[in-house]
Design a protein around this ligand. Structure first.
Ligand code: AMP
Length: 287
């Protein structure tokens, strides 16, 4: 396994792989790896010849006052975990390599980024799609793998790939959870022990929603209300949003008649956590 910090060097490596007809798989991350990331890497191993992960805490996707500075970083630990997962290349550029002085080009996906997290994090997705587009042009993967935990991000990336005619297969992977159901996230590290316990209210509420859906409930408002009550019963939590939308275009829906996503963002103490569950009227629910 090698760690590459220069764009040019990554491009040379990728070109070599293309010449040898090798399939390149990219798993973009912000590092501080956990088993959720590893599940993406294992899928990546299965799908290609050269597995590249990027580790880049992308400054443009953090708003003012967000946790860019505090975001956990541990390159040595990440390198060990990536090596064990069979990663071939870690692409870990410094910020100035990705955004040199005078940088002024951004990629914006307009509609699917407006609601949900786009409301409280207005420039977040512009930063995400910009950096992912740059990673795509640098690493030139055949396949790129993302987690469904960041569901809106995955929808935005699929839209970008379609709109810009990028010949990259986008794979979405299920949410990997702790034993008590909390979605794994590098940000879980911020939680104090009482907050960590309180955070279970999120999955509890989603399970309650799943039970309602499975019992035949299709009215979005009724399900959302149950989720709200269930999360609000936990005093350390503060709801940012609870939304049920069409899973393809993230448009609001009242009745769950097609594949839908119930997405939530909840502040537990000072930590903002997101989670979601998919409702599929044709075949049950998952997430
Ligand atoms: P991050 O490092 O948090 O930006 O995440 C990098 C990638 O891993 C994104 O595609 C995330 O959606 C994905 N990911 C993060 N946490 C999980 C999880 N618990 N289960 C599955 N994928 C995840």
């Amino acid at each position: 396994m090698q760690t590459v910090s220069r764009v040019k060097e990554m491009q040379v490596l990728a070109k070599k792989m293309w010449k040898q007809d090798k399939t390149i798989v990219l798993v973009p991350t912000m590092g501080f790896l956990h088993p959720g990331h590893l599940s993406l890497m294992h899928e990546g191993k299965r799908r290609g010849d050269m597995l590249v992960i990027s580790i880049f805490v992308n400054p443009t996707q953090f708003g003012a006052g967000e946790d860019f500075e505090e975001y956990p970083r541990d390159m040595e630990r990440d390198q060990k975990m990536a090596h064990e997962a069979g990663v071939d290349v870690i692409f870990a550029p410094p910020a100035a390599e990705m955004y040199p002085s005078g940088y002024q080009t951004y990629v914006t996906v307009e509609q699917v980024t407006q609601g949900l997290c786009g409301i409280s994090r207005p420039d977040h997705f512009k930063g995400v799609t910009t950096v992912v587009c740059k990673l795509f042009t640098i690493v030139t993967p055949h396949v790129a793998i993302f987690g469904e935990k960041d569901f809106q991000q995955l929808v935005a990336i699929r839209q970008m790939v379609a709109d810009l005619n990028l010949a990259i297969e986008i794979v979405g992977m299920p949410i990997y959870r702790e034993e008590d159901g909390l979605a794994m996230s590098s940000r879980n590290k911020y939680l104090t022990p009482p907050e960590r316990k309180a955070a279970v209210c999120i999955i509890k509420s989603l399970k309650r929603a799943k039970a309602l859906f499975d019992s035949g409930e299709r009215e979005g408002k009724k399900i959302s209300r149950e989720v709200k009550n269930s999360i609000e019963a936990e005093p350390l939590s503060r709801i940012d949003y609870i939304k049920i939308c069409n899973a393809n275009d993230l448009k609001d829906i009242d009745q769950i008649t097609q594949r839908a996503v119930l997405a939530v963002a909840v502040n537990v103490g000072k930590t903002r956590l997101i989670d979601n569950i998919i409702f599929d009227p044709s075949g049950g629910s998952a997430g």
